[in-house]
Ligand binder design. Structure first.
Ligand code: ZN
Length: 399
């Protein structure tokens, strides 16, 4: 008798996963204040039987600007079958608006009952996927290859945990999966790179009513430069031939009085492009525009202002080959739960940018997040549970 093909869905305790994600969401943990959430995760793992010697907090805070309550949480689960080491990760921190959230299950959604807070599904849903996979493997005594669980801190304020991770503590994983997104069918295989630009303009103070001609107004220098950038297509959406990028002047601080020719201005901007060479060109266009503007504005006695220019690479872009093993394995797991995988590329930075830069090519997957970084944030529970299923499949090494 011919057997019908059986599609085995990964069994796991769904109500435990839904309970766990709410428990994680209720713990405050904005960037730099992840101490309590680390303690909760640690307690869950110890309770499940993970040996304390396999749970580490790294020393990344020594390098992260401004430190933080805790370093990254890294857990080693020794393999119970052979296979390349897999890494499952999700950032611990939430945006400040989520502090104080009171998660509540409402049909297919989890929302915060307090209308003034976000939910923190970004990224406690990701943390719950990773933790559920680990706890279920242990509970079911299901064979798995060696696994590293990686919970980086301070993603939201600059990908700091992933940037400054003590890389050898990750134990050379070969296949890396990051949960931080919405649609569980999406496989993010690339993301843009981003420069932080800081510009300080030094003009010359003078009485604005008595001797304005003796001064050099730093605000005017900035205005000339920004208008130059805008008119020449280097601000906002940038399209030059085949090249694409974006830039934005985001913060300007200057001036204390109207009766003084403003002598100082500080400005912060950003420049993004998937193309590292073109991204540098955007930065260079900024530098030239500000230097030119400073030279063009002169006081009555021929003096001109001065520009100090600084550009810092926040994270490098990356693009994985769709044929890479980590991509095809992620796609197979998604197909196994009945979804159609879709490869995509993001225009924001991800912890995966730094992971890939450290030599660990990482795909980023969805876990039901919706309307993140707003008070309307909610979690799509069926998508979250699909994320858990995919996580468990990837952790078990069955795909
Ligand atoms: Zn996130």
């Amino acid at each position: 008798m011919a057997e019908a093909p059986v599609k085995t869905l990964t069994e796991f305790d769904q109500s435990a996963a839904v309970k766990l994600v709410q428990e994680l969401m209720a713990v405050p943990g904005r960037s730099k204040q992840e101490g309590r959430i680390v303690e909760l995760i640690r307690a869950k793992l110890l309770e499940a039987g993970v040996s304390p010697s396999n749970i580490t907090i790294d020393k990344s805070t020594q390098q992260i600007p401004g430190g933080g309550e805790t370093g990254n949480l890294i857990v080693n689960l020794p393999g119970t079958k052979k296979g390349p080491r897999r890494l499952l990760m999700a950032h611990l921190d939430t945006v400040p608006i989520c502090v104080g959230c009171q998660p509540k299950l409402d049909g297919d959604a989890i929302r915060s009952t307090d209308p003034s807070t976000g939910l923190g599904g970004d990224n406690r849903a990701g943390v719950a996927v990773v933790l559920t996979a680990a706890l279920e493997l242990i509970r079911q005594k299901r064979p798995h290859p060696p696994i590293t669980l990686f919970f980086p801190v301070q993603e939201e304020i600059g990908l700091y945990g992933a940037r400054f991770v003590t890389a050898n503590k990750l134990r050379s994983p070969e296949l890396c999966f990051n949960w931080d997104g919405g649609d569980p069918g999406n496989v993010i295989i690339g993301a843009t790179g981003d420069y932080a630009i800081e510009i300080d303009i030094e003009g010359l103070a003078s009485h604005a009513g008595v001797h304005p001609e003796r001064g050099i107004n730093a605000i005017v220098i900035a205005s000339l430069a920004i208008s130059d950038l805008t008119q020449n297509g280097w601000h906002g959406l940038i399209e030059k031939g085949k090249h694409r990028g974006t830039s934005n002047v985001g913060i300007v601080n200057a001036g204390e009085a109207t009766n003084v020719v403003t002598p100082k201005l500080s400005l912060k901007a950003e420049a993004r492009s998937h193309d590292p060479v073109f991204r540098k060109k955007i930065v260079e266009a900024y530098r030239k525009a500000f230097v030119k503007a400073a030279k063009s504005l002169k006081s009555a006695d021929g003096k001109s202002g001065h520009v100090t220019f600084n550009a810092d690479l926040k994270y490098e872009s990356f693009r994985l080959d769709p044929k890479e093993a980590v991509v095809s394995i992620a796609k197979s797991a998604i197909e196994r739960v009945g979804l159609t995988p879709e490869l995509c590329v993001g225009n924001g930075g991800l912890d995966a940018n730094w992971m890939t830069a450290h030599g660990f090519p990482t795909v980023t997957l969805g876990c039901g997040q919706r309307d993140i970084h707003t008070v309307k944030e909610w979690l799509h529970v069926p998508n979250f549970l699909q994320g858990c299923q995919i996580g468990l499949l990837l952790a078990s090494g069955e795909v």
